[in-house]
Design a protein around this ligand. Structure first.
Ligand code: ATP
Ligand code: MG
Length: 254
């Protein structure tokens, strides 16, 4: 089971869009997929319209038992069939677990996920910070994907996220590796974006940037607004995005 944390210490870079896009790409391929929504905002949970029960990832972090995680996982409730896609839903209460606990000692999500069998890949959608929740995700994952935008502040954020991954990989979770940086929302006719993409490649190395950069496409907003997998929208933009997501997925699952 491959476990992929999708993170950024900046808001709005596209973590949730990428998490859902990659999860539905994997499900569309016939893989069995679990998406863990670790963000108190619960955006992935509401987009996937999962039939949320009374238990959530907050309960799982409070009590990482087999019974708890099994009762919290719910099927995705999209009308359009995309394959086997389940959700470990979030809840506003999960914010309690983002408090600095004075150490790198995390691992409850990892413990709980060890009880879960039958998934080929797990994606973890992180909150927009490098706090305790994101560290939970990095402790549970064997791959990390950083999502950024082609901006000056984006480059700074990527540097910090890489440092965090390196620290966790050299400490609590030696299985963790950086699967790549996604440069998202890139405008093809912007000299500034072109410059920032090159800057990012110089910063983290060409091998660490997933190619090609993800263009800015309204398909992502249409997908989330209509509760439809981007792969099934049937527009020119969605077809372009689908191919890129599939390329990323192949690279991440290697
Ligand atoms: N490539 C893209 N092109 C156009 N819009 C995009 C793209 N990627 C994401 N978006 C849009 O940008 C907005 C923010 O995306 P998203 O919610 O995925 O970011 P996030 O990093 O998860 O945010 P947060 O930090 O709040 O969790 C959404 O409306 C989404 O549809
Ligand atoms: Mg999000």
């Amino acid at each position: 089971m491959r476990t992929v944390a999708i993170l950024a210490n900046k808001g709005g870079t596209g973590k949730t869009s990428l998490s859902i896009g990659l999860a539905s790409a994997a499900a569309h391929r016939g893989l069995s997929v679990l998406l863990v929504d670790l963000d108190p905002q619960g955006n992935a949970t509401s987009i996937l319209r999962s039939q949320v029960g009374t238990t959530s990832v907050a309960d799982v972090l409070a009590s990482p038992t087999k019974a708890m995680i099994e009762s919290a996982i719910a099927p995705c409730d999209w009308d359009a069939y995309i394959g086997e896609l389940d959700v470990l839903p979030s809840h506003p209460n999960v914010i309690r677990f983002d408090a600095w606990n004075g150490s790198g000692a995390v691992g409850k999500l990892k413990r709980a996920l060890a009880y879960v069998k039958g998934y080929d890949v797990v994606f973890i959608d992180c909150p927009p910070s490098l706090g305790a929740l994101t560290r939970e995700a990095l402790a549970a994952a064997d791959r990390a994907v950083i999502v950024t935008t082609p901006t000056y502040f984006g480059a700074q954020g990527v540097q910090r996220a890489v440092e965090e991954i390196t620290e966790i990989a050299s400490g609590t979770n030696p299985d963790l590796t950086l699967a790549g940086v996604v440069i998202n929302k890139v405008r093809s006719v912007s000299e500034e974006h072109d410059f920032r993409v090159k800057e990012m490649i110089a910063l983290v190395g060409a091998k660490s940037v997933l190619k090609p950069p993800m263009p800015e496409r309204i398909a992502f907003q249409q997908a989330e607004g209509t509760g439809t997998p981007v792969q099934l929208l049937g527009t020119t933009g969605s077809r372009e995005v689908t191919v890129i997501l599939d390329t990323y997925l192949t690279s991440i699952l290697q």
